[in-house]
Design a protein around this ligand. Structure first.
Ligand code: HEC
Length: 92
């Protein structure tokens, strides 16, 4: 009984971060990032970001200016989310 519970718990622990990260990133963006630009800035034809590193830098820059107090994991989650959703750079 306890074994099954433990296995169940570790499976959930193993599986949720993927979803949690996307949700987490969306919430972070919603709460901090739509004051100045909406999602269309990530899709504009003349966007500044041209690589995954550049995307990290851009997120980092805006984040630092806002002094959001995000943890590095938060920045990562947002970078991954923006890349998957809009930029589609290959992982380096
Ligand atoms: C105080 C206003 C402001 C807020 C709030 C803001 N940004 Fe920005 N962001 C800008 C401006 C201005 C630019 C365009 C800079 C440029 O064109 O050189 C920009 C550009 C960007 C870009 C690059 C877009 C491109 O050209 O590809 C990304 C990515 C980005 N912001 C992410 C974020 C994230 C993530 C947050 C939340 C932490 C955020 N921004 C919050 C002002 C803001």
């Amino acid at each position: 009984m306890l074994n099954k519970l433990l296995i169940g718990a570790s499976l959930i622990g193993f599986m949720t971060p993927v979803f949690a990260n996307t949700d987490h990133a969306k919430t972070l963006l919603q709460n901090n990032c739509i004051g100045c630009h909406q999602a269309d800035i990530y899709k504009r034809a003349n966007r500044k970001v041209t690589s995954l590193t550049g995307l990290s830098t851009a997120v980092e820059n805006c984040n630092t200016q806002l002094a959001t107090g995000w943890f590095p994991e938060d920045v990562d989650a947002v970078v991954q989310y923006l890349n998957q959703t809009y930029y589609k750079f290959k992982k380096q």
